[in-house]
Design a binder for this molecule. Structure first.
Ligand code: HEC
Ligand code: HEC
Length: 397
C-alpha cells in the first residue's frame, strides 16, 4: 500500500518536473510569479481512450475532435470522407477507407517536417499544403498575372515604421477603457441573460452566473426538433467552472472539462475574459498592428497560465478588446478559435461587450453568437449553480 503511494508520488513529481521543463521557454520571459503555474490534472491521451490509434499517440484526449475537424476543414472533407458512416453512425475505429490510411501517413509526415523545421512546433499543418482541397496545388496557376512595371520593382521595406506601444501601455489603456481598476475590482459577480445561436443557427435563450475569483455557470436549451428531446432534459446544456474543476452537462450525461477546456471555458465568461483579463495570462508582448473591420488594432501575443498561446487585438483608438484568438497546439497544427467582442455598452460605470461571436474550425458549428439583453453586476448568485451538475438518467428512445 505504502509502496503504491510512494510510486504515485514519484510519478506525479516526475510529471511536475517534465511540465516545468517544457515550460522553461515561457518561464524565461516571466518574473518569479511564474512559479505559480498550476499543473493541470493529468489528462488521458487519445490512445488510452480510443480503440485504434496508431499515429496520434500522446495527444491529449480533449484534442482529438478539434484535430479531426481541423483535418476535415483543411481538406474540404467531412468525417465520412475518411471514416465509415452507416445510417448516421460513424464506425471511427474502422480502417476501411484508404483516405484514413493516407491521413495516417500524412500525420507522420507533418510530424517529421515540423521536427526538421525545429523545436517540434507545428509550423506546418495539413492546411499549409491542402488549403481546403483534397489535392494540393503543386505549382502556380498559369498564366501568371502580368506585373505592372512599378510592382515588379522589389517593394523596398514597407517599414513597420510607427513604433509600437509597450504591453503595459496597451493594458493600462484597456483597463481605463472598460472603467478603471477601482470599478473593475469592485465587481464580485456578474449575471447575464440573453440569447445564443446554436450550431444550426437557431436562437435560444441563454443565461450565465459568474462569481469571483473563479466560478462560472452557463446554460441554454436546444430547441426540441422533431421531438428529439422527448420532453426530457437531453437538450439542456450547462457548463460549469469551479476553480480547477469544470463540467459539461449535455443532458445525456456529465463530462469533466479537462486540460485547456477549463481555461477556455473560464475565459468565455465576462467576469474573467473581460474584467479580469490581465489575470488570465502570464506574459504579454505587443507583436504588431492590424485592422479589424477597418479599425486599427494592436496585436498582443500572450501566454496563458496553462501555457496556451493567444493573440489579443485591442482597438488603437478606444482601447477596447475587439478580438481574441487562441491557438490549440496539436501535432497536426495550431488550431485557432476566434472570439469577437462587439456592441460595447455602459453597465454601471463599466463598458462591456453585449455581443460575443465565436468562430471555430468546425464545419458543423462554424459560428456561435451570444447576445446579452442584460448584464447585472454584484447581484447575489446561488452558489449551488457552481456544483457538479447531477447526472440525469439518459432516456432511451
Ligand atoms: C483526413 C481524414 C480524416 C477525417 C476528415 C476525419 N478523421 Fe477521424 N481519424 C482519422 C485517422 C487517420 C484516425 C486514426 C488516428 C491514429 O491512428 O492515430 C482517426 C481517428 C478518429 C477517432 C478515433 C477512433 C478510434 O476509436 O480509434 C475518432 C473518434 C474520429 N477519428 C472522429 C472523427 C470525426 C468526428 C471526424 C469529423 C469531424 C473525423 N474523425 C474526421 C482521419 C480522419
Ligand atoms: C507538405 C504538403 C502536405 C501536407 C502538410 C499534408 N499533405 Fe496531404 N497530401 C499532399 C499531397 C501532395 C497529396 C496528393 C498525393 C498524391 O496525389 O499522390 C496529399 C494527399 C492527401 C490525402 C489523399 C487525398 C486523396 O485524393 O485521396 C489525404 C487524405 C491527405 N493528404 C490528408 C492530409 C492530412 C490529414 C494532413 C495533415 C495531417 C495532410 N494531408 C498534410 C500534401 C500534403
Amino acid at each position: 500500500m505504502i509502496k503504491v503511494v510512494i510510486l504515485v508520488l514519484l510519478v506525479s513529481t516526475a510529471f511536475v518536473i517534465l511540465t516545468n521543463l517544457s515550460n522553461a521557454q515561457v518561464l524565461r520571459d516571466q518574473d518569479s510569479s511564474a512559479t505559480t503555474i498550476q499543473t493541470a490534472p493529468l489528462e488521458k491521451t487519445v490512445e488510452q481512450v480510443f480503440r485504434n490509434i496508431k499515429v496520434l499517440n500522446g495527444m491529449p484526449q480533449s484534442q482529438i475532435y478539434p484535430a479531426m475537424r481541423f483535418m476535415a476543414a483543411s481538406l474540404g472533407f467531412q468525417c465520412g470522407s475518411c471514416h465509415v458512416i452507416t445510417n448516421d453512425r460513424g464506425d471511427f475505429p474502422a480502417d476501411d477507407k484508404p483516405e484514413k490510411q493516407t491521413a495516417r501517413q500524412m500525420i507522420k509526415m507533418v510530424a517529421e517536417i515540423n521536427k526538421t523545421l525545429g523545436e517540434g512546433r507545428p509550423t506546418v499543418s495539413c492546411f499549409t499544403c491542402h488549403r481546403g482541397q483534397r489535392t494540393p496545388q503543386g505549382a502556380p496557376i498559369l498564366p501568371l498575372p502580368i506585373l505592372s512595371p512599378r510592382a515588379a520593382v522589389a517593394t523596398t521595406g514597407t517599414s513597420t515604421s510607427s513604433s509600437l506601444p509597450s504591453a503595459d501601455d496597451v493594458l493600462i489603456k484597456y483597463q481605463g477603457a472598460i472603467g478603471g481598476t477601482v470599478a473593475i475590482d469592485r465587481v464580485t459577480s456578474c449575471v447575464t441573460k440573453g440569447t445564443t445561436t446554436t450550431a444550426t443557427g437557431q436562437v435560444v435563450r441563454y443565461e450565465s452566473e459568474q462569481a469571483a475569483p473563479d466560478k462560472g455557470h452557463e446554460a441554454f436549451t436546444l430547441p426540441d426538433v422533431g421531438g428529439r428531446c422527448a420532453g426530457d432534459s437531453r437538450c439542456e446544456y450547462e457548463r460549469v467552472v469551479n476553480g480547477q474543476q469544470g463540467w459539461l452537462n449535455s443532458g445525456g450525461g456529465v463530462q469533466e472539462l479537462v486540460g485547456e477546456q477549463l481555461a477556455d471555458q473560464r475565459l468565455s465568461f465576462l467576469l474573467f475574459g473581460i474584467l479580469r483579463l490581465k489575470d488570465q495570462y502570464s506574459s504579454f508582448r505587443v507583436s504588431g498592428r492590424d485592422k479589424i473591420n477597418d479599425r486599427d488594432v494592436y496585436v498582443v501575443s500572450v501566454v496563458r497560465s496553462d501555457n496556451k498561446r493567444e493573440r489579443l487585438y485591442f482597438d488603437v483608438e478606444n482601447g477596447l478588446l475587439s478580438r481574441r484568438i487562441s491557438y490549440t497546439r496539436t501535432m497536426i497544427g495550431n488550431i485557432p478559435q476566434q472570439i469577437d467582442f462587439e456592441d460595447y455598452r455602459d453597465v454601471e460605470g463599466l463598458r462591456l461587450p453585449f455581443t460575443i461571436r465565436a468562430s471555430y474550425v468546425d464545419a458543423s458549428s462554424p459560428i456561435i453568437t451570444r447576445k446579452f439583453a442584460e448584464i447585472k453586476l454584484n447581484v447575489p448568485v446561488n452558489d449551488a449553480k457552481f456544483d457538479k451538475p447531477l447526472t440525469r438518467e439518459p432516456v432511451i428512445k
